[in-house]
Design a protein around this ligand. Sequence first.
Ligand code: BG6
Length: 498
Amino acid sequence: MAEMKPSIMVIFGASGDLAHIKIFPALYSLWEDGFFPDNFFIVGFARTKLNDDVFRKTIFNSLNLNCRKKPIDEDEFTNFAKHVFYLASKYDEYSSYDALGGFIGSKAKEYNMPKNVVYYLSTPPSVYIDVIDGINNAKLTSSEYKGDGFSRIVIEKPFGYDYESAKNLNGKILSVFKEEEIYRIDHYLGKETVQNILAFRFANAIFEPVWNNKFIDHIQISALESIGVGFRSGYFDKAGIIRDMMQNHMMQLLSLVAIEPPPLPDADDLRNEKVKLLKSVRPFSLNDIKKYTVRGQYDRGIIGNKQVLSYKEEEGVPPETLTETYVALKLFIDNYRWAGVPFYLRSGKRLKIHKTEIAIFFKKLPYSLFAKVGIENIKQNSIIITIQPNEGIAINFGAKTPGFKLDIEPVNMVFNYKSSFKLSPPDAYERLIYDVIVGDQTLFARYDDMLIAWQLITSIINGWSKTGAPVFPNYEAGTFGPEDAEELINSDGRIWNN
Ligand code: BG6
């Protein structure tokens, strides 16, 4: 395993939710697992006026709520906290970045270490440009250090709002950092189960030969959530589920399930394959958008015996909003492997169940021997890759039920992470932060795969603006989404794997 080098991680937006709920718990777990070198420092950069001690206290409190290692041992935390600092700053004031430069310089000098710096943008996107300008103005990049260290930048989603804005943001970042220094986070890629898609496909001889249009009937990719938008309505109402889930997480899942084997399992080769794959997704015409996309927004309903509000009634959501909280798509990949195989993708909030899975359905039998003796409806074979919860993979097939009578019933063979490996997968952020610090971009989006995904999604969003305003709400919370989404797949003689 690559070793983490002495380095400094600067967290912009360090007093915010993402930093407290995801980034610090991941950093603390990595530290506890012994990954950090002695000279590793974390510096929070944010507007809230705090000093080091108060900042450390807020981290301690949030670790106790959010860290997989909780409860947190106070003595252990005190040791961790010695690596953590805070600079109360202003994103749009160059002097704040000069102060940051002073901090980096003094740590490098005191510990005789290179200026290895990771900049983590955990702020709202509205301040990304200010931060990049500030870093540039204070000359805090590796090209300015002249070989005395590396600089890397980590950017959270949403990366842009549509194709044009993503392209502009990309251009801006590339004017200061090189592509090999840019880490665009899609936390799905940090999930063990997502990485396992490649192992499953390319480390086994039995699956890949049937992984194509000769044997596969169709593929479903579902990210179903029972939660609503919570306190994130300000962001979500501008994004909608298509930007929030489809452009990034769902496109990554689609890529991994459908790409060709890369020459090497490394960042360049893997991402080249993703680009090839996404370029082969058939563009949506206006007619396709009408036929093959479904939008939804949740109404009031019941989830887990509790009455929940409609989306329009959630705090901070404008009552006249037309933002979608559900989307389903049918798409085709026009290449040799997948020609003619429909991919059905769906994602939504406030649904009946909470699960993310990829369901691969194999073609029906060419003819059924058992139909001749009256056994109809033998279920199609399928492979279900459960990304979460109950992470695992199930292969479904038919077997004869015991007894004198001939009957065929569906059964399954299951691989389950917890029982096979006796452990729960680590949090995605731990893996991704580790990779940034050791400099491995394999699990991060590259500018081109990200932009191609935006191109597709932007064409759908633009198409929607021409197909007339939707009538929302159109599904009850606690159901599986709008009826039109059922129709999308049922009209092809198929059903969602619920
Ligand atoms: C985030 C979205 O990227 O992913 C959220 O912004 C969504 O809306 C979340 O709830 C889902 O992530 P996970 O890891 O819970 O599947």
